[in-house]
Design a protein around this ligand. Sequence first.
Ligand SMILES: [Zn+2]
Ligand SMILES: [Zn+2]
Length: 349
Amino acid sequence: MKAAVFEGNGRLVIKEVEKPILRNSTDALIKVSGTGICGTDLHILDVPPKHPAKPGVILGHEFTGEITELGKDVQGFAVGQHVLIDPHPGCGVCDECRRGFPDNCIPLYENSSAEGHPNTIGIFSDGAYSEYVIVPKQSLYKISQDVPVKIAALAEPLSCVVNASEKLKVQPSAFVVILGAGPIGLLFTMLMKANGASKIIVSEPSRFRRDAALSCGADIVLDPSAEDIQQVVRNEMGKGADYCIEAVGPLLPLAIHLARAGGKILQFGHDETANPEVPVGVLLKKELEIYGAFIGKHSFEKTVRIMESGKLPLEKIVSHVLPLSRIHEGLALLRKGEGLKIIITPERG
Ligand SMILES: [Zn+2]
Ligand SMILES: [Zn+2]
């Protein structure tokens, strides 16, 4: 089968590889139907990388597909079932998993090839820029086959955003500022709108993405390279935002300045090379609450419900559907800020 293999040092190579064989009784073989390109893939392919990955693995961690073979110890699923995949489910039984932190799963960390990272499918083990992929049973979630592939392929990023949003408990009176309108910023925009936020300002340098933010529910968009965001927020929100969501990476200090006293900040943008200086005096005088959020945990069931309900305009964040042979074109579009979520479909020989 054809697959896109990470060969280290920024190289992603499409090549012929062996179709995986089901060996473990608790695994399932999935026929991939669509895989989203994640900002994390771009970070992995940066030189130097902004996110680690294991050289030699097939990338692709945001995917959906159909079960084609089941280990004998996988109950409750059938061949032909459409599924969403949690690419970092945890073992389910270690202390950290039982505490509710599968992203800190102890055995996954111990088997991981990179310090401090769990063994995510599509980053540290073979993923879904391919025709078939093997996943453990605890990764599987049923999804109606009425949900289009390009929507179902958004499961992983949406589950992360659902998990993160639950920390904020946004109320209908809320003023929300979102920094960054990549697919994650746009998913936050939709979700905050659905939560009833009274005003949402989105800051994003790409014109293409600002337009997308407006269609996803932003009330005001601005270009931070041309406008003074602090001034815009003061004009529109008075003393500042009740909630400020950082969906870029290095902008925590700005988020602290944009929040009003008692406000909540969510750090979601993930850039491991960013170590911004935090304005401690502002943080403590405003008595801010700062949350970090990473992967989707215990949020896939909610993600399935959101997708099956059709309540969020999720199709608006999918800008392209491309075959695997054009994955480099998709990566280039994202680097230029000319794509939103790009879904890669496998090529079957
Ligand atoms: Zn991702
Ligand atoms: Zn565990």
